[in-house]
Design a binder for this molecule. Structure first.
Ligand code: SAM
Length: 186
């Protein structure tokens, strides 16, 4: 297995996503997670992908066109904190890749307040047996505020309804990314 954070998270997510599922990519960026989700939901499934940057939406659109997956996705140029305005059905998996898009303006990044609002919306939309993946970055331009806010928030989730697993690249230096999984118990 490839242990880069994206591949590692996809490896876990693919256990849960089935043909026909509805999924959300809350931070489309260059479309890596959107493409993965589109492959997994198959021809009968659907993926909603959000990003506040027009450039990210067009990169994701082009990527899906190249992969012949465009019909499976709805790309939404808006903040993920508003996802419940657009998504009205229960969903099976939701991915978040926080921080900024590498190679673009580092100032256009996720923020603790909107990230927490979006995670709350994601919890509202997730069906029983579903999974939320949070890839959290820290240090450098990003700082530590968002990581701490998210970890504090998920720690308080009701353990009768949610299982929260925090993974760590424990022996890596320089603020490695933190993969977090939230499971809605059946
Ligand atoms: N998963 C992406 C990929 O495969 O390329 C990378 C995502 S990148 C780390 C984070 C993205 O979050 C950026 O594209 C940024 O524009 C976006 N973003 C920042 N604030 C947002 C918000 N409130 N709602 C949705 N997207 C947001």
């Amino acid at each position: 297995m490839n242990f880069q954070i994206t591949e590692y998270c996809h490896h876990i997510l693919e256990e849960y996503i089935e043909e026909g599922d509805i999924c959300i990519d809350a931070t489309a960026g260059n479309g890596g997670d959107t493409e993965f989700l589109c492959q997994k939901v198959g021809e009968t499934g659907n993926v909603y992908a959000f990003d506040v940057q027009e450039m990210a939406i067009s990169h994701t659109r082009e990527r899906l066109e190249r992969a012949n997956l465009s019909t499976r996705a709805k790309l939404i140029h808006d903040g993920h904190e508003k996802m419940q305005t657009y998504v009205k059905e229960e969903v099976k998996a939701i991915t978040f890749n926080f921080g900024y898009l590498p190679g673009s303006d580092h100032k256009i990044a996720t923020h603790p307040s909107t990230s927490l609002a979006a995670i709350e919306s994601a919890l509202n939309l997730l069906k029983k047996g579903g999974i939320i993946n949070l890839c959290i970055y820290s240090g450098g331009d990003t700082g530590y505020e968002e990581k701490e806010a998210i970890l504090n928030y998920v720690k308080e989730l009701d353990s009768k309804k949610w299982l929260v697993i925090v993974n760590a690249y424990y022996n890596r230096k320089n603020d490695p990314p933190l993969p977090v999984f939230i499971y809605r118990l059946k």
